[in-house]
Design a protein around this ligand. Structure first.
Ligand SMILES: NC(=O)c1ccc[n+]([C@@H]2O[C@H](COP(=O)([O-])OP(=O)(O)OC[C@H]3O[C@@H](n4cnc5c(N)ncnc54)[C@H](O)[C@@H]3O)[C@@H](O)[C@H]2O)c1
Length: 252
């Protein structure tokens, strides 16, 4: 068994939140299992972490819409590392189509990645955590869960609202097993991919009209809260959904 606590992060090898969480947990001493649908980037990030920290990191290509692959991933982690302490369900997908024109394919894909992917991650990690009598799960949701505008797309908003509900019920069920489950609802978080697909006006408008702190969120803003929520310092926190939006969407 590895001496380090083991954390699985989904969609870990992108340009945004997942990679920041992965890097932060590795820096905090976790043995992070890098999983992502993109096989090459997944391996590259694990190799990069190994170079930085002088210990091996597991890379497991994983599409969260593949139920069998998720089950196999969690089993492989426990077989290879001997434990599974933390799961961060980070994978998300959206396409903005008005409800009146939305294809069933868009609706289904969004629910599959954002909501069912999060369910499946928990479904196959929880038995290992319950057996160990401890664990911490963080689900990456979105302020879209609360939005009443069309900005994020209805499928995404519905899926993320589902993630929040799923988080609370999973927390209620598993506290007695020593497993804590929380969610984070980020506001706009900068990444190079979003910068390419959204025009300058989108980012300028967000800064001028929305952000209360005069800046756009960074992936590390989310990683900081994940690091706290999976730490022993958060030992009395479960079933909570925390906003990290620079004051754009305070709630509670
Ligand atoms: N970026 C934002 O502004 C923002 C705001 C609110 C919520 N979120 C949520 O934060 C999470 C991370 O978003 P991000 O924009 O930082 O992206 P990210 O960089 O963390 O994730 C992109 C990665 O996801 C991988 N991926 C895509 N589909 C996948 C699938 N089906 N299975 C496994 N991996 C898959 C891609 O290969 C890519 O490497 C998502 O759940 C998103 O909904 C993001």
């Amino acid at each position: 068994m590895t001496e380090h606590k083991v954390a699985v992060v989904t969609a870990a090898a992108g340009a945004g939140i997942g990679a920041a969480i992965t890097r932060r947990l590795a820096a905090d001493g976790f043995d992070v299992v890098v999983t992502d649908a993109h096989e090459r980037r997944c391996k590259e990030l694990a190799d990069e972490l190994a170079g930085e920290h002088g210990r091996p990191f597991l890379a497991i290509p994983l599409d969260v819409t593949d139920a069998a692959a998720i089950e196999q991933c969690m089993n492989t982690v426990v077989a290879e590392r001997g434990r599974l302490d933390v799961l961060v369900n980070n994978a998300g997908w959206s396409k903005i189509e008005p409800v009146a024109q939305m294809s069933l394919e868009t609706w289904q894909r969004c629910l599959d990645v954002d909501l069912t992917g999060t369910f499946l991650g928990m479904r196959h990690a929880l038995p290992h955590m319950i057996e160990a009598g401890s664990g911490a799960i963080v689900n990456i949701s979105s302020i879209a869960a609360y939005e009443t505008t069309a900005e994020h797309g209805a499928a995404y908003s519905a899926a993320k609202a589902g993630v929040n509900a799923l988080t609370r019920v999973a927390a209620a069920e598993n506290g007695k097993h020593g497993v804590r489950v929380n969610a984070i609802t980020p506001g706009l978080i900068y990444n190079d991919f979003l910068r390419k697909i959204y025009p300058d006006e989108f980012f300028d408008g967000y800064l001028q009209d929305k952000s209360k702190l005069g800046r756009i969120g960074q992936p590390d803003d989310i990683a900081n809260l994940v690091a706290f929520l999976v730490s022993d310092q958060a030992g009395y926190i479960t079933g909570e959904v925390y906003g990290v939006s620079g004051g754009v969407h305070p709630h509670g």
